[in-house]
Write a protein that binds this ligand. Structure first.
Ligand code: PMP
Length: 428
């Protein structure tokens, strides 16, 4: 009897819910009913009936870059459970690949679930406690964003503000550390909004002498330029999967050195994020030497296959060759741009980021018309500026699977044609 009554009650509740759906549907004309009387959003009839269809574009902006067929194929492998032994093996292989591209022996080296911003947040949230001071090198949009994040996390941000296109110098660092005695110095290695590459030599030593942790953003450079976390004495470094590493967006490789691990372990306040807590993540990724792996969250399993394959391709080509390929392709692009009469935004060749190249927009040129034309006519992405460089530059990426001469030539041709077409149309 009891079962019957509760069944009746459930039926009635369902009936009431359906009635309320129906009245919403009648009012808004949004929901339709299927043959069982269950609601179906009207739009699904038209938009979801066919398989997904996306165009093939050449992504020569600042990222994401195109993935290789090998990476794309790996994405459609069967989904494994995140606690399956075969998947743990994939994670172990990724860890080794990441230690290789970061050039580090750090045990806490893994991929955070989420894009580059998640790596940025993970780097800070684990080592920053309320009231801590962070000196942030502001050479473009990313430093500005980190200064904002520091404040959100309860820290105090002191910025080293540089004019667009200039890097933070050793003197800037010493002056700022002397003045603020910060817990953390944050620098952007690859400022993708301006196309500048921050030199890092000597900064790690200075930080150590002040007891400051050095955190570096390499989202737009890791794998594409000579770099070593260990040699540069960087304490925390993060990147993104979708640029030089050649995987889809959605993962952020990160590494914590011994001083940073010690800092996490000796915190007096809890880490203000559960999902980014490196104590749990290092356990799940088996970075702590043999403790049983525990469930923390379900990572994007198939994206991790893609990252595994991207790293495998870098490892079989060898990192030094990948760096050289990026340097040669960036040079080819920069020469081609200058031969077209265009000027590069970063004057000093040694300060140019090979992976994200910035080109000055000539006076009177409608930059959006050019990027739109390249996209519509050639299906090639050339990006405009970002943050402080909007309207000043175009940004052309040379990263990962796109750092090959043929692709560089295609983007040069598309840009040339767009500029010529614009002139004919009287738009430039
Ligand atoms: N830092 C830098 C230097 C970047 O170029 C980017 C992405 N363009 C990010 C951080 C943020 O990465 P994501 O968009 O993957 O969150």
């Amino acid at each position: 009897i009891c079962i019957c009554i509760s069944q009746n009650r459930r039926d009635k509740e369902l009936q009431t819910k359906l009635e309320s759906y129906r009245s919403v549907s009648n009012k808004n004309q949004v929901l339709k009913m299927d043959t069982n009387g269950l609601p179906v959003p009207a739009s699904t009839n038209s938009v979801l009936k066919n398989p997904i269809n996306v165009p093939e574009k050449l992504l020569m902006g600042p990222g994401p870059s195109n993935c290789s067929p090998r990476v794309l194929e790996s994405l459609s492998l069967p989904v494994l459970g995140h606690m399956h032994k075969e998947f743990f093996q994939v994670l172990d292989e990724i860890k080794i690949g990441l230690q290789y591209v970061f050039q580090t022996s750090n045990k806490w080296t893994l991929a955070i679930s989420g894009p580059g911003h998640t790596g940025m947040e993970a780097a800070l949230v684990n080592i920053l406690e309320p009231g801590d001071t962070v000196v942030v090198g502001k050479t473009g949009i990313w430093g500005a964003r980190v200064a904002d994040l520091v404040v959100r996390l309860g820290g105090v941000a002191q910025t080293i503000d540089k004019p667009l296109g200039q890097v933070v110098t050793l003197t800037d660092v010493v002056d700022s550390l002397q003045k603020h005695r910060p817990k953390i110095l944050f620098l952007v290695h690859s400022e993708s909004s301006t196309g500048i590459m921050q030199p890092l030599e000597g900064i790690g030593e200075i930080c150590r002498s002040y007891g400051t942790l050095l955190v570096v953003d390499t989202v737009a450079s890791l794998g594409g330029v000579p770099f070593s976390v260990d040699l540069l004495k960087i304490d925390v470094c993060y990147s993104g999967s979708q640029k030089v590493l050649g995987a889809p967006p959605g993962l952020s490789p990160i590494t914590f050195g011994p001083r940073a691990v010690e800092c996490v372990k000796s915190r007096t306040s809890p880490i203000k994020s559960y999902i980014l807590d490196m104590n749990f993540l290092s356990n799940y990724w088996d970075c702590n030497g043999g403790e049983p792996r525990g469930y923390h969250h379900t990572p994007p399993v198939n994206l991790l296959y893609g990252l595994r394959e991207g790293l495998a391709m870098i490892s079989s080509e060898k990192l030094e060759n990948v760096w050289e390929r990026h340097a040669l392709c960036a040079k080819r692009l920069q020469d081609g741009l200058q031969n077209m009469g265009l000027e590069l935004f970063i004057e000093e060749p040694a300060s140019r980021l090979p992976t994200v190249n910035t080109v000055k927009i000539p006076p009177g040129v409608d930059w959006k018309f050019v990027t739109q034309h390249a996209m519509e006519k050639h299906l090639i992405e050339i990006a405009g500026g970002l943050g402080p460089t909007v309207g000043l530059v175009w940004r052309i990426g040379v990263m990962g699977y796109n750092a090959y001469p043929g692709k560089v030539d295609r983007v040069l041709e598309a840009l040339k044609e767009a500029l010529e077409f614009g002139k004919l149309q009287g738009r430039l």
